[in-house]
Design a protein around this ligand. Structure first.
Ligand code: PGA
Length: 212
């Protein structure tokens, strides 16, 4: 698999911008030895799935299946376009009050639909639901602040997560840039990165892929 690099666009990007991003990134996405996953807003999954060089993830999943759940996007719908799904990002926990019980249901829905959950944790205290093999360790204070965790400390946390769970892959997330990415991907217990803001800019994101 090489290094897993996941781009989290959050609630950003319009279709035209995504097409321009893709036009610039196409060659590097097709050529890289790394596994690069783009998690765009739901509105862009269909358009981006037209390009076979792109591996997609959703940023969230409904805890319910198909049915009368206004506003929700379920696992069966996501798997038409995506392979991965982010679950439990700290922004979901903070702004949408998602708790451990709800997140465990979301993980169950993902695995039921053969989607690969990428479960976000803020430290070793966050409970990790059954069925999770990939975790993204993202200290809240490092998200969007320009202040990344030290690679040594992140690697210790990643090692502890693996030692105490069935998790096999731990990503680091929080202010990853082209300058610091290799310090994380080279750290012993870290298998990749989850990139927010820096993934929106093709120039910077290309550099991240190259330096990873
Ligand atoms: P950031 O976001 O790279 O902008 O810090 C990371 C994330 O929230 O996944």
């Amino acid at each position: 698999m090489g290094t897993l690099i996941i781009a989290n666009w959050k609630s950003q990007m319009l279709e035209k911008q995504a097409q321009a991003w893709l036009a610039e990134m196409k060659t590097i996405l097709a050529a890289t030895v790394h596994t690069v996953v783009i998690c765009p807003p739901f509105t862009l999954l269909s358009a981006l799935s037209q390009d076979t060089a792109v591996l997609l993830g959703a940023q969230d999943i409904s805890p319910f299946g198909m049915g009368a759940y206004t506003g929700e996007i379920n696992g069966e719908q996501i798997k038409e376009f995506a392979v991965y799904v982010l679950i439990g990002h700290s922004e979901r926990r903070e702004y949408f009050k998602e708790d451990d019980a709800l997140l465990a249901k979301k993980v169950a829905m993902a695995t039921e639909n053969n989607l690969i959950p990428v479960f976000c944790v803020q430290g070793t205290d966050t409970p990790i639901p059954v069925g999770v093999a990939i975790v993204a360790y993202e200290p809240i204070w490092a998200i969007g602040t320009g202040k990344a965790e030290s690679p040594q400390q992140a690697s210790v946390v990643a090692g502890n997560i693996k030692a105490n769970s069935a998790v096999t892959t731990v990503l680091y997330g929080g202010s990853v840039t082209s300058e610091n990415v290799s310090s994380f991907t080279q750290a012993d217990a870290i298998d990749g990165v989850l990139v927010g803001s820096a993934s929106l800019h093709p120039g910077e994101f290309s550099q991240i892929i190259q330096n990873a």
